[in-house]
Design a protein around this ligand. Structure first.
Ligand SMILES: *Cc1c(COP(=O)(O)O)cnc(C)c1O
Length: 463
């Protein structure tokens, strides 16, 4: 499998190279040159496979000859063995023909474990073979950081540096990052907000001379193709569990960077019969404005009760635009080069195509809490605010109630107690295996909100 850039100018890479690459050299994102396609009969043969076995079938063609099949199989098996539910991604019924797919049974209780458990192991395998060591550098508003740390804690060839905004992540989220032991794990609490953390990370990637050639940096945010790839699997898994592929299914996806739902779009392109893909956003609604009004302009960031979806721009939307613009890298560049200059809209024909593929809805904080309360009242099931947004959007956008509607449940409610309490529900408790989280010792370093200070913290810890 070959990978090409959405801006058309960067070198073509194989899987191994794309895993280490992050952003393409032309500023674009890597996507597969072509996708495997499966008939209904072929998909039907996967009925009854365990999650890890299904993951191997779906992921193998994307990795192709970068990793021998036998080794890939054990990497995948190990990645999902640590999940605390035998089904890995169990479905729970909310109502007649309405379901949530529980993606929070991994080590950090959010769906990002699906990708990062695998990504850490893939990286370590490839780096071992290349006799190479890298530093992972990332900014987090909460969930990505802990999932990346858990995914890489045992990697011998990786140092990991995670920046979080000091005093601005929830206690559970911070403890999940700072109580993980390991010489290769470095938590930096930046005296600024999440945007500041992101800008610092960007500056470090743009000019890596501060590392003096010792290590190169690797990105673990969802611009990394391997994360998207891993997420394709659970769309197939859920569809098979409710009677697909002979029956169609619909999905509603709480969306921030458009990574998770883009994986659903790819599943559809690969042959999975999907009726609707619903983009569910909070007040940071650039994607909903784009789908409903062809308004793809930046707006100021709002802080909401669903912080993992607080974004101004959805970086993975570029991967979709590349398809919608008939894979014309120059057209994508032309559109996104203008992106900072006020109002942006898509070509009419491109916008129509986007609307053929996606429905959308934006849900505010009050509606989020209302939905948490409503679902608890009806089912005694406590859902987190991101999931609530997905459920609300699913109900608003559902066009055909004879088709199963599955909302991706992206996090355990214990990670977001503020929304749960506002909804009038009781504070959720930590799952058994992390009941002692608040007693564990924390390790992190507070650093001033300056690129040079962060760089010093990184190089200093290498000596
Ligand atoms: C990251 C995250 C999302 C958004 O996922 P994207 O791939 O950025 O769209 C939604 N919910 C939770 C809980 C998350 O951690």
């Amino acid at each position: 499998m070959k990978y090409i850039s959405t801006r058309g100018q960067a070198p073509v890479l194989n899987f191994e190279e794309v895993l280490l690459a992050g952003l393409a050299s032309d500023g674009g994102l890597y996507v597969p040159e072509s996708l495997p396609h499966y008939s209904k009969a072929e998909i039907n043969e996967w009925q009854g496979l365990s999650y890890a076995d299904l993951a191997f079938r779906i992921i193998q063609p994307f990795v192709s000859d970068s990793i021998p099949a036998k080794d890939l199989k054990s990497i995948i098996d190990e990645s999902y063995a640590g999940f605390r539910h035998p089904a890995v991604a169990p479905l729970t019924q909310l109502d007649h023909n309405e379901w949530i797919l529980e993606l929070y049974h991994g080590p950090t209780l959010a769906f990002k474990d699906f990708a990062l458990q695998l990504l850490g192991r893939l990286l370590d395998y490839i780096l071992q073979r290349r006799h190479q060591h890298v530093s992972i550098l990332g900014a987090t508003s909460g969930d990505t950081g802990s999932a990346a740390i858990e995914g890489c804690r045992r990697c011998e060839n990786v140092d990991i540096y995670i920046l979080h905004p000091h005093n601005r992540v929830s206690d559970v989220q911070r403890k999940q990052m700072t109580t993980v032991n390991g010489e290769n794990i470095h938590n930096l609490a930046v005296e600024g907000n999440f945007d500041d953390c992101q800008s610092i990370v960007k500056a470090c990637f743009n000019d890596q001379s501060f590392l003096q050639g010792k290590h190169s940096l690797v990105a673990v945010n969802s611009i990394n193709w391997a994360r998207i790839m891993a997420q394709i699997v659970y769309y197939f898994y859920a569809a098979l569990a409710v009677g697909g592929p002979s029956k169609k299914v619909s999905f509603s996806v709480p969306t921030g960077n458009f990574g998770d739902i883009f994986a659903g779009y790819l599943a559809k392109q690969m042959g999975l019969p999907i009726e609707q893909l619903v983009i569910a956003t909070n007040k940071n609604d650039i994607l909903h404005r784009c789908i409903s009004n062809n308004d793809y302009s930046k707006k100021q960031l709002d802080h909401t009760l669903s912080p993992s979806m607080d974004i101004m721009v959805s970086s993975n939307f570029e991967r979709l635009l590349f398809d919608l613009y008939d894979r014309d890298g120059a057209a994508v560049s032309a559109l996104l080069d203008n992106f900072n200059e006020g109002a942006v809209s898509l070509d009419d024909r491109v916008w129509k195509r986007a609307r053929e593929n996606f429905d959308s809805s934006a849900v505010d904080d009050d509606q989020t809490c209302e939905t948490i309360a409503e679902i608890f009242e009806a089912t005694e099931l406590l859902i987190d605010p991101h999931t609530a947004i997905g459920v609300r959007a699913a109900r608003q956008c559902n066009r055909n109630r004879s088709i199963p509607m599955i909302t991706l449940s992206t996090a355990h409610p214990v990670k977001f107690p503020e929304a749960v309490l506002k909804a009038g529900c009781e504070q959720p408790t930590l799952p058994h295996h992390m009941a002692d989280l608040f007693e564990r010792e924390e390790r992190y370093k507070v650093v001033p909100n300056q690129v040079a200070e962060v760089q010093r913290a990184i190089t200093g810890s290498n000596d």
